[in-house]
Design a binder for this molecule. Structure first.
Ligand code: ATP
Ligand code: MG
Length: 289
């Protein structure tokens, strides 16, 4: 009876928007530039709950790297979810390369944006190859190159079944850091124009963090990168910083501009302690000159 009740519960859930639609076919080679224009975006998780993003507006140039920072609950993950339409906009729009993403089928949209989430997802019961290349678009050589780029080629080679190794449930036959690197290899194979990192290195050691940052820099050199970060040193060298607070835009500018402004971002830098703050401020200054 419990199972039946759950099936009925699922049946009554409102479905997501259409996965494909006629408009998709008109939109070819999108997104080419990777420019993201967010206009007056308001989002809430459920009716009756307060807005989690309130009238957010900003523009990210194609190919720019933007760090998204802010105190906990500020709306960073909500913004990421809105980009993929896991949450639909209540008001406002997200325009990517002149296309309003609300008009697209969800498949087209979600295939075009790569996300490395905070907790890496591998699919249990499938082979490693299927995990990396679910649609069988690439040969072993290309998959090998992607694994090499994330420093996982040796690890995979040392497995007795190599790419045909079956991934355990929740990817438990790999460490968290390895799973994170494998997710990045998957993103590298897709070569999307837009990459979103939602704090992927929160749970890994500093060596894996470094490997990940280097691999991202190498493989996504001309992509638009949005990186949610609590550790400010991972984004201090980025082109711009977006500070979110209570669902609104607090500050948006180059790291150096925000340091000079001495506002919310600067106070977050100061919270890291005097020594770290001085290093971060020096790096922001050097990058601007
Ligand atoms: P953190 O740094 O802790 O990851 P964040 O900036 O990513 O924080 P969000 O997760 O975007 O913050 O949360 C923004 C607001 O939305 C918060 O007020 C939070 O309570 C609310 N919220 C987040 N997830 C949900 C959810 N699944 N259902 C309802 N409200 C949510
Ligand atoms: Mg979050």
């Amino acid at each position: 009876m419990v199972s039946v009740e759950r099936v009925i519960g699922f049946r009554d859930l409102p479905p997501e928007a259409a996965l494909t639609n006629d408009y998709d076919k008109e939109v070819k080679d999108w997104p080419a530039g990777g420019e993201i224009d967010v206009k007056d975006l308001s989002v809430r998780y459920r009716s009756g709950l307060p807005l989690s993003l309130r009238g957010l507006s900003f523009t990210i140039k194609g190919g720019a790297r933007v760090g998204i920072v802010g105190r906990t609950g500020g709306g960073k993950s909500t913004l990421v979810q809105s980009l993929l339409r896991l949450l639909e906009a209540e008001k406002g729009q997200i325009i990517i390369d002149d296309i309003d993403i609300a008009k697209l089928g969800l498949h087209k949209l979600r295939r075009s944006i790569s996300v490395i989430p905070q907790s890496p997802v591998l699919y249990g019961g499938c082979s490693l190859r299927e995990n990396l290349d679910p649609f069988h678009h690439h040969d072993d050589e290309r998959i090998g190159e992607a694994l090499y780029d994330v420093h996982m080629l040796e690890v995979v080679r040392s497995l007795s079944h190599g790419l045909d190794t079956t991934v355990a449930e929740n990817g438990l036959n790999f460490s968290v850091g390895q799973r994170q690197l494998l997710c990045l290899a998957r993103a590298i194979l897709r070569r999307n124009k837009i990459l979103v990192l939602d704090e992927p290195t929160a749970n890994v050691d500093s060596r894996t963090d470094k490997l990940l940052q280097e691999a991202v820099a190498k493989s996504f050199s001309d992509a638009t990168i949005l990186a949610v970060a609590h550790r400010l040193d991972t984004v201090i060298d980025y082109d711009k910083i977006l500070v979110l607070g209570a669902g609104g835009l607090l500050e948006y500018g180059t790291p150096h501009e925000l340091v000079v402004k001495n506002g919310a971002f600067c106070s977050m830098i100061d919270d890291t302690g005097e020594e770290m703050a001085n290093i971060l401020k020096a790096r922001a200054r050097n990058n601007s000159s």
